[in-house]
Unconditional design. Structure first.
Length: 247
């Protein structure tokens, strides 16, 4: 059973919050044991481009900072990327208020900062045609020569450490792949590769939520079945061909 609902929108993102009533699940009826999920809030943010130019995002973050210990956060990501520092604000709120209680859905693309946000979540859910891409940041600087160099050096170290902690420490890219990313390599991935690397933890397909391992197993079974069907057809064609020659 659900309770009050609320909606807040910024320029690029929309937050929906909903009160979820307490729920009891029977664990052992004879011993009268129940698993109780206390009343909590579900915060769901639809993520677009990370390109806020006004202050609309203030209301979204202010609402998220009202979260209590049992509340959880969902991201519905369909993003081509944008400002890295805006994405880092979401990272901060995840660490501050929703640590261990975040779910991201890749619906349907996550490029650049969209890929980073997806990678930050505790549970990461994709669909068979979800699309994903890691690459290095783009930027620039203006000012006096010394100021430009100082800013570029600082930004390089600051953002590289951030990317490294999200991508490499979780095993999503190797050290070698990360170094190539820093000098311009883009890493494009579909559902299979996301599951193989552990970037995706679950896949929704045909109304079911599978673990990444289950999905990869199903893909293998489908491939095996197609191969067996092909062999069977080829065998039948050979039999037919021999039969015609005898006639």
């Amino acid at each position: 059973m659900t309770g009050a609902k609320k909606e807040l929108s910024s320029e690029q993102h929309t937050l929906y919050s909903e009160v979820i009533a307490e729920n009891k699940r029977v664990v052992n009826k004879e011993k009268n044991l129940y698993e109780v999920t206390p009343k909590h809030k579900r915060y769901r943010v639809y993520i677009g481009r990370f390109f806020e130019l006004k202050k609309g995002l203030h209301s979204v973050f202010n609402e998220l900072r009202e979260a209590k210990e049992h509340d959880y956060l969902e991201f519905m990501i369909n993003s081509g990327g944008g400002f890295v520092h805006e994405g880092m604000q979401f990272y901060n709120i995840m660490q501050e208020k929703f640590n261990g209680r975040t779910i991201a859905y890749l619906d349907n693309r996550g490029y650049s900062m969209g890929a980073m946000l997806f990678s930050m979540a505790d549970k990461r859910v994709i669909y068979p045609y979800s699309d994903f891409m890691y690459h290095n940041y783009s930027g620039g600087a203006m000012g006096k020569g010394g100021d430009i160099k100082a800013r570029i050096d600082h930004t390089h170290e600051h953002l590289n450490n951030f990317f490294y902690n999200i991508i490499v420490k979780q095993g999503f890219l190797t050290e070698d792949e990360f170094e190539k990313m820093l000098v311009g390599q883009d890493y494009w991935m579909g559902a299979k590769e996301l599951c193989k690397r552990g970037i995706a933890t679950h896949v929704i397909i045909a109304g079911k939520e599978l673990t990444a391992k289950q999905y990869l197993k199903e893909l293998k079974q489908e491939k095996r079945a197609k191969k067996e069907e092909k062999i069977k057809k080829e065998s039948e064609e050979k039999v037919k061909s021999k039969s015609k020659k005898k006639k």
